[in-house]
Design a protein around this ligand. Structure first.
Ligand SMILES: CC(C)(COP(=O)(O)OP(=O)(O)OC[C@H]1O[C@@H](n2cnc3c(N)ncnc32)[C@H](O)[C@@H]1OP(=O)(O)O)[C@@H](O)C(=O)NCCC(=O)NCCS
Length: 410
């Protein structure tokens, strides 16, 4: 398999063909969307007969771990053309892309998965459930009267991106660095529109949402992102959503971290029953669709500040990515033995300490533990993680983290 960097002059036509062939660019989607995504970071490609048939695009950002933003790189797109499937191209190219992310300074890598199991082979562990709340906006129990908002269009992508970066970030939140990432999403939105408020210096956006809808007349309106910095701004956006309810029958919002959106709904269970299996069904659905992997253990732990007692243990780590990287490669994953400290000040060093208990884990499971997706005792049931009961219990107490939510689909 040959691997090289994407060359826009030479490869654009082949990659556009690939994206159209697999349905990622549909009728009406501009070719420019692809350029936006690929401008946001690095893209590796693999050829067959001199033309690109597989590509992996990445882009830089940060992921929030409690109060610390950690250098992150998103695997934004992985695809193989119809003529090149099941030859191991995507898996090996993604492994190479992760190694390139590490070389560029990413401490964590993440992606939106097409399904569970595939990227697990490269060390990615599944994130927590995201809740999608679909409701009749008339039943929002917010009584504030929203001010007249500002109308946002596809041309306001830079303002919206800046507002996304300045939003309230919580545990697990992603912030993707390059504005063209936001432009990419906007260009692919069907009937996209935004509403918001510019209360910042010189009218900078402070809070807004961006929506798309197949049926602009009645909905459902799918809120792609909801951005705010304060409770008042959040409530104003909900009130604004409610103000559309004389016309719009259904709105879908991804639940923000720390908030139980059902608290804002009138009679949610009655509504759920009455709309069951109708066109405007009110539901709350849960799905775990993103994955992350630690790429630099020492770097991540140096930036880990838990509000807990300190736990020290040996970590025997197995990183499955090494199978998909060349023997001579300078980075071959994180397999090995470490002595780990987790607490207000954390760290890791290579080696073992015979006086300490040992945790054995795949990189996938350890990443989930570190991010707080599930506690050690739960991962010991469902994932590749084991240790003495006393250590698991100590880790359960030390890592009582908020449910991580990326609040940015990649
Ligand atoms: C997903 C996709 C990138 C895979 O590309 P590919 O080059 O054919 O993938 P690979 O050859 O590396 O891997 C295919 C293997 O993974 C296996 N696989 C697929 N889904 C899997 C899963 N959820 N868990 C485990 N294995 C899985 C396949 O069965 C196949 O196994 P085989 O090698 O034993 O036959 C390709 O199908 C594609 O482009 N799909 C459309 C776009 C897309 O969904 N991209 C992913 C975005 S996250």
């Amino acid at each position: 398999m040959n691997v090289r960097d994407y060359d826009p002059t030479k490869d654009r036509a082949a990659v556009l063909r690939l994206w159209r062939e697999i349905g990622w660019l549909r009728e009406g989607n501009p070719d420019e969307a692809l350029d936006c995504l690929l401008q946001a970071g690095r893209t590796l490609v693999s050829d067959i007969n001199g033309e690109v048939e597989c590509m992996v695009a990445t882009a830089p950002g940060t992921i929030q771990h409690l109060g610390d933003p950690i250098p992150f790189s998103g695997v934004m797109a992985v695809c193989t053309s119809l003529i090149a499937r099941r030859q191991g191209l995507a898996k090996r190219l993604t492994a190479r892309a992760v190694a390139a992310q590490v070389a560029e300074g990413a401490l964590v890598s993440g992606l939106g998965m097409f399904d569970q199991g595939y990227y697990d082979q490269l060390g990615f562990g599944t994130g927590g459930y995201e809740h999608y709340v679909t409701f009749d906006p008339l039943l929002l129990n917010v009584n504030a009267r929203p001010r007249v908002p500002r109308r946002l269009t596809k041309d306001d992508w830079l303002l919206m991106h800046q507002n996304r970066l300045a939003r309230l970030c919580r545990h697990g939140s992603l912030a993707m660095q390059e504005p063209t990432v936001t432009r990419f999403e906007i260009l692919l939105s069907h009937n996209g529109f935004g509403l918001g408020y510019g209360d910042g210096p010189n009218g900078a956006l402070t809070h807004h949402f961006w929506c798309e809808a197949d049926d602009l007349e009645y909905g459902p309106h799918n809120v792609k992102w909801l951005v705010y910095q304060t409770r008042e701004q959040f409530l104003e956006l909900l009130a604004l959503t409610k103000s559309l309810s004389d016309q719009v029958r259904l709105v879908r919002i991804q639940e923000p971290q720390g908030i139980q959106l059902q608290d804002y709904l009138e009679r949610p269970l009655r509504q759920r029953r009455t709309t069951y299996r109708t066109r405007y069904e009110n539901t709350i659905r849960a799905v775990a669709h993103w994955q992350t992997r630690i790429c630099d253990l020492l770097g991540c732990l140096e930036r880990t500040h838990l509000r807990s007692d300190t736990v020290r243990f040996n970590l025997r780590l197995h990183d499955p990515i090494e199978r998909y990287l060349d023997n001579g490669a300078s980075w071959r994953g994180l397999s090995g033995d470490y002595v780990v400290t987790l607490g207000p000040s954390s760290g890791a060093e290579r080696g073992t300490d015979s006086t300490l208990p040992t945790l054995t884990a795949s990189l996938n499971a350890f990443t989930r533990l570190w991010l707080g997706v599930r506690p050690a005792s739960g991962l010991a049931y469902t994932d590749d993680l084991s240790g003495p009961p006393g250590l698991l219990e100590e880790l359960d107490w030390a890592l009582r983290l908020p449910d991580p939510r990326t609040d940015w689909d990649i």
